[in-house]
Design a protein around this ligand. Structure first.
Ligand code: 13P
Ligand code: SF4
Length: 304
């Protein structure tokens, strides 16, 4: 049955001249049929470079598909399940961001890519977890407005030596804020020879106890380091799936087994097939908003 669906997907992909992009948190079977698997930055770069295709099937969450649509206004971008959202991306509203800009008119706005297109249209520049420190350092001022992830805001402030004005105060990812210092202490006892890596969306009291802080793409590169034989992975559970697939001789231990991003798991092989067949669910962004949002995304890509 699974093989039949995979065959159907392959045929439909050719027929529609489509490409399948998948985030590192996608389930194993989706990672395996994707043309490209990556972190948010790598997916943005890939989506800005798909001239020879007509259709993008985005296996991830809605802000990722929206970004691909902003970068490809002439292509059809499809999200196989239209309920696949990122809770954090909806934590900053356009009005809140505009109010922060009114209060701090001289501060540039750095918007985490995990945000909706409407708010991106108000950004000076967009960043991902892979480049937040570098993006903030590239700006002139001593402070910056950051939205919506509080933890990535404090992390990029630390990295750049600048002051972050973070809106909203409590923007967070429910998956990464699950990790606690006790999880790190327990992992050190259980796996004394392993290194520990966590995502910058984790709380600072967890980040300071880890050996490395990396985006999911950074974790993929770290896992290939010959010095690393065992790695405790503090991010969404399916990242460890990719690490094991690419490094079968090494050991990867999820920092918590309950770190699931539920909406990432809404994408299934059947839904990818149906997305291709019925051309659903199309992700579109208003032209005016897309034109404005593209400026901050392009600035980020130019620095990458
Ligand atoms: P990455 O950019 O590291 O892949 O992270 C995306 C994300 O949503 C983290 O929760
Ligand atoms: Fe959003 Fe968190 Fe899921 Fe990443 S893991 S997509 S930040 S809810």
């Amino acid at each position: 049955m699974t093989n039949e669906i995979i065959k159907e997907i392959e045929n439909l992909k050719q027929e529609k001249n489509a490409i399948i992009l998948a985030h590192n948190y996608q389930p194993k079977e989706i990672q395996e049929i994707a043309d490209f698997v990556g972190d948010s930055l790598e997916l943005c770069i890939k989506a800005s470079n798909v001239d020879d295709t007509d259709m993008i099937i985005f296996c991830g969450v809605n802000f990722m598909a929206e970004t691909a649509a902003i970068l490809n206004p002439d292509k059809k971008v499809l999200l196989p399940d239209n309920r696949a959202n990122c809770q954090m991306a909806d934590m900053i509203s356009l009005e809140e961001l505009q109010e922060a800009k009114r209060q701090h008119p001289d501060s540039e706005v750095v918007l985490y890519v995990n945000s909706r297109a409407e708010t991106k249209s108000e950004a000076t520049i967009v960043c991902t977890s892979a480049n937040a420190g570098k993006i903030v350092s590239s700006l002139d001022g001593d402070d910056f407005i950051f939205a919506p992830d509080h933890n990535l805001g404090t992390y990029s402030a630390k990295e750049s030596g600048k002051e972050a004005i973070i809106v909203p105060e409590d923007g967070h990812c429910y998956v990464h804020t699950m990790f606690k210092p006790e999880d790190i202490e327990e992992a050190r006892k259980k796996h004394p020879d392993a290194k520990i890596v966590v995502h910058p969306e984790c709380n600072d009291d967890v980040r300071v106890l880890a050996d490395y802080v990396e985006s999911t793409g950074g974790m993929v590169r770290l896992a290939k380091d010959p010095e690393i034989k065992e790695l405790v992975v503090g991010t969404e559970i399916d990242l460890a799936t990719r690490l094991k697939r690419e490094n079968p001789d090494k050991e990867f231990y999820p920092l918590r087994r309950d770190a699931f991003c539920l909406t990432m798991k809404l994408i299934t092989l059947e839904k990818v097939r149906d997305a291709l067949k019925e051309e659903k669910y199309e992700v579109t962004v208003d032209e005016d908003i897309a034109d404005k949002a593209r400026v901050g995304i392009q600035r980020m890509l130019d620095l990458s």
